[in-house]
Design a protein around this ligand. Structure first.
Ligand SMILES: C[S@@+](CC[C@H](N)C(=O)[O-])C[C@H]1O[C@@H](n2cnc3c(N)ncnc32)[C@H](O)[C@@H]1O
Length: 232
């Protein structure tokens, strides 16, 4: 029997109950609008709450995310970490990074979130070096930028995640505004689509991950790493 899509009012009921947006999250959305950031690119509260549950489940203390925008996902992560926890948030646009730093400080997590400016892939060697030198791998990695290169981020993640750590990635089921092209269209010309198909295939079959795709919003990949970090 086909499964009916979940009615929107039930999804809203669940999100309002478990992931109500507080003043700080609303302030981030306002700041994003005022700064002219694209609307609706931030993770939604239901996804933020899912990430918090997962971070708490694995006892996350050190998280890196690619794609800061105004800082919504950074704030959800920061609030799930213990006092000494740290979120490294990588953003290519210096103006967005400045807005995020300012707003995250106002939200009370300025000390917990370090926003770094640069292209995600360019930052990988430095992040890897820091993991090696500190002998502290990441507990969670969240991919939400440079979607045409998700497979490369997956390859990198096995070198810097601790055993039991999380790999999370957004937009793995639906392409939304990507020229109306869908994930399953074999003729899709947007380079992000074949890259995400390849990422999903690699993650599904990866011997060092137990993973699934959660069909929430644009689709979120959740993988638990059970290899051993090559670095520490
Ligand atoms: C989907 S938004 C991130 C949303 C954010 N994670 C949140 O939930 O609020 C993607 C962000 O990645 C940034 N970006 C795009 N390409 C990038 C790259 N190669 N490296 C780092 N950031 C990039 C964009 O400027 C944008 O702010």
């Amino acid at each position: 029997m086909p499964i009916e899509p979940m009615p929107v009012e039930l999804l809203e009921y669940a999100s309002d109950l478990f992931a109500p947006e507080d003043a700080a999250l609303k302030a981030l959305t306002r700041a994003a609008q005022e700064a002219g950031m694209p609307a609706g690119w931030e993770i939604t509260p239901d996804v933020g709450r899912l990430f918090q549950v997962l971070c708490r489940a694995v006892g996350a203390r050190k998280v890196v995310e690619f794609g800061t925008l105004a800082g919504h996902s950074a704030l959800w992560f920061a609030r799930a970490l213990p006092e000494e926890g740290k979120v490294y948030s990588i953003e290519i646009n210096p103006e967005y990074a400045a807005v995020a730093r300012r707003e995250l400080a106002k939200a009370g997590v300025g000390e917990k979130v370090e926003v770094r400016v640069g292209a995600g892939r360019d930052m990988l060697p430095a992040l890897e070096r820091e993991v090696r030198e500190s002998r502290t791998p990441f507990d969670a990695i969240f991919l939400d930028a440079d979607k045409a290169h998700y497979p490369e981020f997956l390859a990198w993640s096995v070198r810097v995640l601790r055993p039991g750590g999380l790999l999370l990635a957004d937009n793995v089921l639906r392409s939304g505004s990507w020229g109306g092209q869908t994930l399953l269209d074999p003729t899709a010309t947007d380079p992000r689509i074949p890259a995400i198909r390849e990422f999903n295939r690699l993650l599904a079959t990866h011997p060092q991950f137990t993973a699934t795709l959660v069909p929430i919003r644009a689709g979120v990949a959740v993988g638990i790493f059970h290899g051993s970090s090559a670095l520490v």
